[in-house]
Ligand binder design. Structure first.
Ligand code: PLP
Length: 361
């Protein structure tokens, strides 16, 4: 087998080795089918079983209550920036939103096309390096829902507690943190996530939505953009992204084998603590986010010298530690350590950073 690298990409991101191996085993013929899953009719009994099992395993992993639909859609999280307001901005034609970075901003811009968006708080004043404090008075009841981005992929921040939204449905973009730690789905009206970080290949988008919200959506929106269309048809109104759903299903099985989301959270906490501890004690590197709002998934850091940052990224790549360049809007470095990044990958990165630090003291 060819040599693998440690891939710290923010997404698409690395997949668990046993998932890749299973996919390799199934590649020429899935089970007795004599064909690859991507060659299979989505109307076949075999494929029906693949999508049903994936949905059931996701329900089990997140303990999703029965009054929620689980949908496998397309168009990425970016499509949800429009689908959410189209379907949910029904009564007040107004929402509350928190701006914690570029992805929040894009969700806000899209929602503005369908009604009023009240941005209750923003962390733009400090390059989105924190989560704003949110008090209950901000969330007046004259809104259809509240939109947040649970984990901010670019800036490396995350919510550690729920915003006090009262009875308003809370909608969260969990693209870069779904399945990384335990959540209570019932706290949310709707959760969406592009798959390419913690779930599987790009091309499938997960939506977990309370059934009453799905039911109440207007009838005059385009068929494909209506959640109810997909809920009524088991995510098979049209051809779904069959192969991406199959791989997502393998990832769900892998997580169950590991011990579920609670076990994954424990591992993620350990990985993130190792890296932040190193950064906090380093004389060369420092994390750009401090305090409680630090993401467990995306860890941005800098040396303070743009040229040295560049050298670090290039040297790391030579050592098999790839995609460590920070987002173009922030600079520096960013290590994305999603579920599939093994603890050994983080240890190897830390050892490499210590070596680099010793050379550049
Ligand atoms: N939301 C968050 C938090 C993201 O990190 C990303 C992509 O990185 C997106 C939305 C956009 O996702 P997609 O490319 O699936 O539209």
């Amino acid at each position: 087998m060819e040599e693998r690298v440690y891939n710290f990409s923010a997404g698409p991101a690395c997949l668990p080795m046993d998932v890749l191996k299973q996919a390799q085993k199934d590649f020429i013929s899935y089970g007795e089918s004599g064909m690859n899953v991507m060659e299979m009719s989505h109307r076949s009994a075999e494929y029906q079983s693949i999508i049903d099992t994936a949905g059931a395993d996701l329900r089990e992993l997140l303990n999703i209550p029965d009054n929620y639909d689980v949908l496998f859609l397309q168009g990425g999280a970016s499509m949800q920036f429009a689908m959410v307001p189209m379907n949910l901005m029904t009564k007040h034609k107004k929402i509350h939103a928190v701006n914690t970075g570029q992805w929040s901003r894009k969700a806000i811009a899209e929602a503005k096309k369908f009604g009023e968006v009240n941005v209750v708080a923003s962390s733009e004043d400090k390059t989105f390096s924190y989560i704003p404090k949110l008090s209950a008075e901000l969330f007046t009841p004259d809104a259809d829902y509240v939109h947040i981005t649970s984990n901010n992929t670019i800036y490396g921040t995350k919510y550690t507690k729920l915003p006090p939204v009262g009875n308003l449905p809370l909608v969260s973009d969990m693209s870069s943190c779904i399945l990384s730690e335990e959540i209570n789905v019932a706290d949310y009206g709707l959760i969406y996530a592009g798959a390419q970080k913690n779930i599987g290949p790009a091309g499938v988008t997960i939506v977990i939505a309370r059934k009453d919200l799905v039911e109440n959506a207007p009838e005059d929106i385009p068929t494909m953009l209506r959640y109810k269309t997909h809920a009524d048809n088991g995510s098979m109104f049209n051809t779904p992204p069959t192969y991406a759903i199959y791989i997502a299903g393998l990832v769900f099985k892998h997580l169950k084998k590991l011990g579920g989301v609670s076990e994954m959270e424990k591992i993620n906490r350990e990985k993130a603590a190792m890296l932040y501890d190193f950064l906090d004690n380093s004389s060369l590197f420092s994390a750009t986010v401090s305090g409680a709002d630090r993401s467990m998934m995306n860890v941005p850091f800098v040396t303070g010298d743009a040229e040295l940052d560049k050298e670090f990224v290039a040297e790391a790549k030579k050592a098999g530690l790839v995609n460590l360049k920070g987002h173009r809007s922030v600079g520096g470095m960013r290590a994305s350590i999603y579920n599939a990044m093994p603890e050994d990958g983080v240890r190897t990165l830390i050892a490499f950073m210590a070596e680099f630090e010793a050379k550049h003291r």
